[in-house]
Design a protein around this ligand. Sequence first.
Ligand SMILES: [Zn+2]
Length: 287
Amino acid sequence: MAWFKRQSGELDSSGEKKVRTEGLWVKCEGCRQIIWKKDLEENLNICPKCDKHFRIDARARLAILLDDGEYETFSDNLSSTDPLKFVDLKPYAERLKRAQEETGLTDAVINARGELNGRPVIISAMEYGFIGGSMGSVVGEMITRAVELALESKQPIIIISASGGARMMEGVLSLMQLAKISAALAKLDEARVPYISVLTDPTTGGVTASFAMLGDLNIAEPGALIGFAGPRVIEQTIRQKLPPGFQRSEFLLEHGMLDAVVHRKEMKAYISRALEFMTPAASQASA
Ligand SMILES: [Zn+2]
């Protein structure tokens, strides 16, 4: 009956092409269905049809995890000084300014204090919308301060990663942050204060290579891209084809790199149970 046959069965959706729907509808990359944006938002930005977890910003993360969406931010007065006066396609200073205007943040992380099911916690939530959630000296310093506050207050810390890795515009100063945060986490470990790492889509590069994999518990959202180098670089290096699903949460769980893959809707309850288990004394005191 058909006048012509489409070879691949699907339209090529790569490139810049996007369905313009005046912001009311979005197309799911998972199942290619058109979803009413309001339905998506009410479902914590998870596709109601195929369960694909869409990316959400740092504020949405905090709102999901902290009781009544209430929290107090701290160390939010730091911003990068562009020490290398770095210029690529655009000056770094210009990129920073634009990202600050767009996100209303000084850099790619929010430090927050609040309660999670009644338990005081500290959360550092990374903002992918700020230069790809890249970790420069400010992100490194803010996360370190959050870890130090956890140490001082003996409150558990949760770090939610969403990052392309170290910020190349700050060169070696970005790389230093890997060591700095890791050292602070080692002190936290000695003091036996729990640290839960939540890896979200995407968590790559220097963030994976440092704090994101150093949690007492390393958990990820379903389908998140998690890795160090990108798949193309690895394929070219080892000259082998990578298996399907490589660098996705489920694959990493199967290969022992993660402790659990947790659905966004279950995340708060999961973390709450884990903290209950990790800090029995505190839960007895509050009981
Ligand atoms: Zn879908």
